[in-house]
Design a protein around this ligand. Structure first.
Ligand code: GH3
Ligand code: MG
Ligand code: MG
Ligand code: MG
Length: 317
């Protein structure tokens, strides 16, 4: 049921409008003056359709329009002014204040109903537009096979979190995950079942993470997790939970259950270096996890503070 706000200070007109609109199937909210009307329009979840009387105590209809429009963060509301004036300049003033349309009093019910339908059509178009925009935004940030963030977005998240960790002197860890012997999965079960495996892998890993962690597809069957506020010990715990979540139960695919293991390299930000160096350290740890037999977690080598590193280097010469 479409919700509509009526703002009208004259009780008789207000009741008449309320009765009509209820009969037409609207769910009606009522304001007795301009101040109440503005409050009702700015409340979260406010009606998106409103009929505003021109002359009201407190704030006039055009003033309500003007102030409601000044709030650009609010959802669009279709505003219809109700006026007994018919001088052209007044109407222009009302439209300039942000009204979408007007009806002159005494109004013809058929005309009012038709103008409200126009308003609803415009609101429906706007909803479609916002939905399409949201769908595009999702498409542009997600990997279509796994539903995870795509590489670009997860790397952006890493940069943002690194900047925040620098500002707030907080911890940050990164995990690089790679499916073990995935070529064999494709060879044995087929490429499509391989795709299913990656899709299931992504959803199982996602359920292990906290809401503010980001998981993305880094490459073919390689994923990356950005863990804000996570120190080395915490990152190793998360990685171990991921490893065991995959190892414990085979993944469901169109070719039946596929057993899979993953290897993980973990790196924790030391307060120095950028996203690339953090990923390179996690990658190096992943390489060691693979060489040590796969289905395991390895952490990156300790980064020595610059002063100690140069002392050690000096000792080597
Ligand atoms: P390792 O344990 O050393 O990682 O062995 P691996 O076989 O997994 O080797 P590698 O990581 O080098 O190879 C990854 C394979 O994953 C190669 C490629 O055919 C497959 N792959 C990459 N992306 C996809 C995908 O989107 N779908 C499917 N089905 N397979 C993919
Ligand atoms: Mg009035
Ligand atoms: Mg692999
Ligand atoms: Mg790989």
């Amino acid at each position: 049921m479409t919700r509509i706000l009526i703002a009208e200070d004259a009780p008789v007109s207000r009741r008449l409008l309320q009765a009509l609109l209820t009969q037409w199937g609207y769910s009606v909210e009522v304001a007795k003056d301009g101040v109440e009307a503005l409050e009702a329009l700015l409340r979260p979840g406010a009606p998106q359709l409103a009929i505003l009387d021109w002359e009201m105590p407190g704030l006039s209809g055009p003033e309500v329009c003007h102030r409601a429009r000044a709030r650009s963060d609010a959802e669009y509301c279709y505003l219809l002014l109700l006026t007994s004036r018919d001088g052209r300049t007044d109407l222009v003033q009302g439209l300039r204040a942000g009204a979408d349309d007007y009806v002159t009093k005494p109004f013809d019910p058929g005309e009012l109903q038709a103008r409200l339908r126009t308003g609803e059509r415009i609101l429906a178009l706007q909803r479609q537009f916002l939905e399409a925009q949201e769908a595009l935004r999702l498409q542009a940030s997600r990997d279509s096979l796994t539903g995870l963030y795509n590489r670009r977005v997860v790397l952006e998240r890493l940069d943002e979190e690194l900047a925040r960790a620098g500002r707030e002197a907080s911890e940050l860890s990164v995990l690089i995950l790679d499916a073990d012997h995935f070529k064999r999965v494709n060879d044995r079960y087929g490429h499509q079942a391989g795709d299913d495996t990656l899709h299931e892998l992504a959803s199982r890993l996602g359920s292990v993470l906290r809401p503010y962690d980001s998981l993305g597809r880094y490459g073919g069957e390689e994923l990356i997790a950005v863990l804000p506020g996570c120190d080395e010990e915490g990152a190793l715990e998360v990685a171990e939970r991921m490893r065991s979540a995959v190892d414990s139960i085979p993944l469901a695919t169109r070719a039946g259950p596929v057993p899979l293991t993953i290897s993980i390299g973990s790196a924790t930000w030391s307060g120095r270096g950028n996203g690339d160096t953090l990923i390179a350290r996690a990658d190096e740890a992943l390489y060691r996890a693979k060489s040590a037999g796969r289905n395991r977690v390895e952490k990156a080598a300790l980064v020595l503070p610059r002063a100690i590193a140069s002392v050690e280097q000096a000792a080597l010469v």
